[in-house]
Design a protein around this ligand. Sequence first.
Ligand code: ADP
Ligand code: ZN
Ligand code: ZN
Length: 727
Amino acid sequence: MYAKVIVEITAKAVDKMFTYQIPSNMISKIKIGSRVKVPFGYQKLEGFVIEITNQLEEDYELKKIEELVDETPILNEEMLYLGNLIADKILCSRISIYQAMLPKALKASNKTNIHKKMNNYLILDWSKDDLSNYLKICRYEGQKKVLENFLEKKELLITRQDSSIKTILKKGICHLETRESYRYHYETDKIDKKVILNEEQQKAVSKVLSSLNQEKIFLLYGVTGAGKTEVYMNIIKGVIEQGKTAIMLVPEISLTPQIVERFILRFGQDVAILHSGLSDGEKYDEYRKIKNGEVHIVVGARSAVFAPLKNIGIIIIDEEHSSTYKQDNHPRYHARDVAILRGKYHHAPIVLGSATPSLESMARAQKKVYELLTLTKRAGNGQLPKVYITNMKEEVKKGHFIFSELLFKKIEEKLAKKEQIILLLNRRGYSSVSSCGDCGEVIKCPNCDISLTYHKTSNMLRCHYCGYAKVKVEECPKCHSHNMKDFGIGTQKLEEELHRYFKEARIVRMDMDTTSKKGTHQKIIDDFGKEKYDILVGTQMIAKGLDFPKVSLVGVMNADASLNIPDFRSSERTFQLLCQVSGRAGRGEISGEVVIQTYNNNHYSIILAKEQNYLAFYQEEMKIRKQLNYSPYYYIILIRISTKDYELSFQEAKKVGDYLRKNLNPNTYILGPAMANIFRVDNVYYQQCIIKYKKDEELKKVLLNLDAHYKGNSKVSLEIDIDPSRL
Ligand code: ADP
Ligand code: ZN
Ligand code: ZN
């Protein structure tokens, strides 16, 4: 017997199967999907068995499989099938997509040392009466201490076996059992809210439940707080009642612990959680719960779309517009596309939900490719907040550099009323630029085309792209003056300014710097929820999913940050962000207010976000996309060329551009080559070409040729990003 194996090679991914002989003692054990260790050149590598055959195409001497790594196959039939489809669609190697499907502990060639965690239990065999009688006569304190626990429960978790326990076991009072234990537990003392769905919610739930077993895609569009999560939970309840399973995706779930809590409150032990806040061991355990069929529901971030549930009845993607669903390194898959493929495989519908759907999804809903479900108003008593825009051009003239007059007044007002405030500023650190007051020299990263950010707590200048750091510069490296100044404001400085002006206020900051340790993110949210703080300051991290009833003011310190990014989606992103943060205010009984500070107070995405008018924004933005031939009117592909050699980056980019122009359809647009937005990162130079096409028969062949050509090139890399989330 022979096995065709794809192996994990750390160098350039080789998308090829290699044939090995199966040693006779492994024939009955090795299955399709098994993880195996094989000799490969001079190395030993791990890989997955993709095919088993007893015939060889050619007659030649084969190496033998060296070892079967696990008792049961790691990849099932559906995963193998999906891997093929996805690899073909996004032009990646199959091994890279299989690896992406698995938790660290199960990947091929993983270096972690994660095992099942086993616990020992004592199980009581005697009756309670016999035990009580024995306790009366027993004179050994050690034994008594253990046995008294049995009066309350029938099994005891033990961490070691001392002599008392050995005696008890010998007497036959109880016996020992070793069981696998799962590491992750979610503790909460809250109770689940009983909610009666309103008419719109009910309608959405019934529509979806009446389409189970169909390959349908729904777009659930409802303003923030419209009760989408309630709709999801009711759909899932209906799906489980039919004995099927459900996947619920949320963007980067560690950002939204409240969602996890709502699902656990509602469905208890029937939920597995997969998110980046878990340790590798916890992820491994949650994964096995799913694989062993112990749960019906999986709640997780992007990669949870691969959760090995059987008999899937529904896949729901909340905040479907979020760019976190697209993996931004290899393999560049989009969770939405994977969900749709799995929906087809299981004959299950997909629900995409959002208050600000991506233009692509709404366009498909308008064309009836997706079925649109709408929730028009906030559920419960919550009102949409009142939104103010302040023009920072005018404010700066009055000397208000950080807080506009209105925002300052509102902060005072809410603090006096003991209500809570969230302030969003999309830059961590203290100041964005450190530059010389005399000659204007800016301190830049030596490896990147980016100025360094000052972090006051550590007194360091840091590069947010490559991680380079050095102690703050006091002397200008160019003119040697000692007049270094900080410009721009980051979350650290905002926090400091707040302390200066609002001495009594209790302030907490949430950004990558304050949440790097495990559990800190959750703690900040819990504490803010318990009203231990008055003001939460943070980066984009705080924009999503948080639901605090006492928040009555949200301030956006600088709405222009996302608007100024040179990307065709920057208006859409800004609109989404502003709607989302605005949605944080007024979620409970008290009404909410939002202040947006901007230098672009006439920009349509800001004006329409103020009105929370998604449909008007959609129409406006669609016009622009049509004019400029961007998605959803055209499909977009980004080709990125990178090399450490400056000259070569221009030469190769030109070659790629010429090749594309020569070989693609004349109706296809090719932009570039041009230098990427940030041309140099960590001493690598980036150039790019953008392809915009509707239909191009040559495309696939051309891309495959390019890919193959550069795979063998050790100096220049070429990456193909199909449907990129960022340019
Ligand atoms: P979304 O996911 O659309 O932002 P949620 O499902 O989180 O909205 O609902 C917002 C708030 O309204 C939550 O506190 C939720 O419990 C509550 N809610 C949802 N549906 C109802 C309803 N039908 N009646 C009363 N309260 C509701
Ligand atoms: Zn200087
Ligand atoms: Zn750098």
